[in-house]
Design a protein around this ligand. Structure first.
Ligand code: 13P
Length: 256
């Protein structure tokens, strides 16, 4: 069965000390309050990552993710971080294709496909992020856009490689705006994504693929979103920066 997952993407927030305090508090609360087998992932900035990993070592319900990796294995790329380095500190995941990387760093489909490959080669599972812009939804292009994002960066994989990927549907108009996709809109898209995966990789892969929702997910709306049949959890931005809010989102699975 596919896993229920909540990942906190801190983006470029929290200094080292604030970040470590956040993880310690959230772990404590989640371990106290959670009854289910939800995987909680901390996608901290690189500066925290090795020490966050040390805090979670030994807990099967926690993992770490990098927010990015370079598309080459190593070399003269000043300031960049390689997938092999991320793996070497014990992290299991890496975000690839976040809309902020696509928008501000001009990462295109081909570059994201390379990043997916380099992550998998280095034993990291990509959390592949994608989703349509506001204008694309307004022009009823959202299904086409999403299908194309999946095809261009992921369909070169075989079913075994694809089964290591977590998908995160994040409509760009919902990110950081307070505008959440309604549970019906999100479910409709998640069901569409799963049926595309089934066509490409087969039923078993599609049924076992975790598809997360991201975009203004918060303690108030998490439960209704996560109750939808094709929504397996969330990728949380702003609300992952407060241990109480993040814990409430993770533990909303307790009453589903
Ligand atoms: P917000 O939850 O702040 O809208 O951000 C979502 C996101 O981009 C997570 O990757």
């Amino acid at each position: 069965m596919r896993r229920k997952i909540v990942a906190g993407n801190w983006k470029m927030n929290k200094n080292y000390h604030e970040g470590m305090e956040l993880v310690a508090e959230a772990m404590h609360m989640i371990n106290d309050e959670l009854n289910t087998e939800v995987l909680t992932i901390f996608a901290s900035p690189f500066i925290h990552l090795a020490n966050v990993q040390k805090l979670i070592n030994g807990y099967s319900n926690f993992a770490t993710a990098a927010q990015n990796c370079h598309h080459e294995n190593s070399g003269a790329y000043t300031g960049e971080i390689a997938a092999s380095m991320i793996h070497s500190i014990g992290a299991s995941y890496v975000l690839i294709g976040h809309s902020e990387r696509r928008q501000y760093f001009k990462e295109d489909h081909a570059m994201l496909a390379k990043k997916v490959d380099v992550a998998l080669e280095n034993h990291l599972s990509p959390i592949f992020c994608f989703g349509e812009l506001k204008e694309e939804r307004e022009n009823a292009k959202h299904f086409e856009v999403v299908a194309n994002q999946l095809k261009e960066s992921l369909y070169h994989l075989d079913a075994t490689a694809f089964s290591k990927i977590i998908l995160a549907y994040e409509p760009v108009w919902a990110i950081g705006t307070g505008l959440t996709a309604s549970p019906e809109q999100a479910q409709e898209m998640h069901a569409f994504i799963r049926s595309n995966i089934e066509t490409q990789f087969g039923k078993e892969v599609a049924v076992n693929c975790s598809i997360l929702y991201g975009g203004s997910c918060n303690p108030q709306n998490a439960k209704t979103l996560f109750s939808q049949p094709d929504i397996d959890g969330g990728l949380i931005g702003g609300a992952s920066l407060k241990s109480r809010d993040f814990t409430t989102i993770v533990t909303s699975f307790n009453s589903i």
